[in-house]
Design a protein around this ligand. Sequence first.
Ligand code: NOJ
Length: 531
Amino acid sequence: MGDPKRSEERWWEDAIVYQIYPRSFADGNGDGVGDLAGIRGHLDHLAWLGVDTIWLSPIFTSPMADFGYDVADYCAIDPVFGTMADFDALLDDVHARDMRLLLDWVPNHTSSEHPWFRDAISGRDAAHRDFYIWRDPAPGGGPPNNWEDAFLQKPAWTFDAASGQYYLHLFLPGQPDLNWANPAVESAMHDTLRFWLDRGVDGFRADVIYAIGKDPALADDPPEFVGLPHCAVQHEPATHPLLRRIRTLLDTYPQRPMMIGEVVALDVDVMVPYFGDDDELHLNFNFAPTYMPWDATFWHDAIIAAEHAHRRVDAWPTWVLSNHDIPRHRTRYAQWPNPEVDTTGSEERARAAAVMLFGLRGTPFLYQGEEIGLEDADIPAERVVDPGGRDGCRAPIPWTAAPGHGWVDPWLPLPQHAGIRNVASTIEDPSSIVHLYRRLIDLRHDEVVLRDGACDVFDTPDGVVGFRRTLKGHRSVTVLVSMNDVPTVVEGVEGTVLVDSLDATADATGFDGRLGPRQAVIVEASPVGAG
Ligand code: NOJ
């Protein structure tokens, strides 16, 4: 195992995190929407898989305009998910399995149904008026500036005729932005963190956290950003002192809670300032790869960029391929390079991507269902429910091969091929992708070099990503990922295969440098000539 001190104090660096989108994970009461009872009932699957940390997308009281990312009460469980007693029982069950639980904290905005906003909109003198961001119309009328919202491509401002002012919402009109420049907001939001920390949660994924500090002048976006959602381009200095005070609060808790930030920046160098001097966020998502094609040149450069940026600020990286906001990576890679091509090879690509994910230096984040190779569901027009067009990746998890696959009349259609791509059937088949995931997680737990070792990308033939993981006093390993659709030979890497993406059952076979199409391997070997 790694340095035990680090494991305890900076546990998130050794963690393997599994994201649950509660509406679609498992349904305990048969109402078609997943819930906390459903999650409790399937913790054994996660324990079997080997993940040690669970992140729950929001479970708080919400009118569900953005399916929970519009919170009406930060300290209560929405009845669709269960009760506070269900939550406490879930937390106990998670801890009893030596796992940790992260909640999704939504600090940038509330729901318009939150009592703070209901009061704020009641008049200019309301006690909570300044909890939100209100402005008079621009001279001559219209919104106060040119910012656009994230989903509707409309002004990020809604006019309240009664008070004659606009309020700001970087997302839906039902998600008014909080005014973090008001110390009362900061204090009230800190209280929401304390509420869950006192109950024993192990940390948070912080939604759109980079956007909580606003430009005091609310200046227009420059012309080159017009047409982009404002939340995609805003990075304000005002956010950093807020993050430092959040970190100070977190650091007072004995469970060493971790906060990972959703920092939407396609350039990793724009993201890393949110670590501060190890006094802001513990971890941050690196989203650039989630927008990249299945192309070795992109990945080669992205791994080097992430290594360089994180080392520069002495911070710990994370890697993620899929989440509830983007098409699943299997679906994305099936469409590369030609959106017309169907899913030939998509399973092999998903398998190779998994080998890369667990081979890289940094905490891996999985999204529910990727371990059974799910693709996005096809959502007919009449079943669309998300204003952001993200229903496909949020489809319910098929648990069994039986009709319904563990669901009765689910809120979204199931993903395609649920008859074979379900948890029970994939577990029954030792060659399936779920066994590859399990083996990779096992290897990651066993091999300290995969967790702590340096990661150096080396030159490889076109279409192949290669990197070496090295740690003094431990065997080194080489990770090779072929993104080619034809066989490729990599000179100078030979040794024993620890994991083969195409054969989850392969045991200690030899590797002679030949990679099949869409094949990835982790090899105990050093490139010839390397020290
Ligand atoms: C990011 C979340 O991941 C997404 O689902 C949500 O719609 C927005 N933030 C707004 O909260």
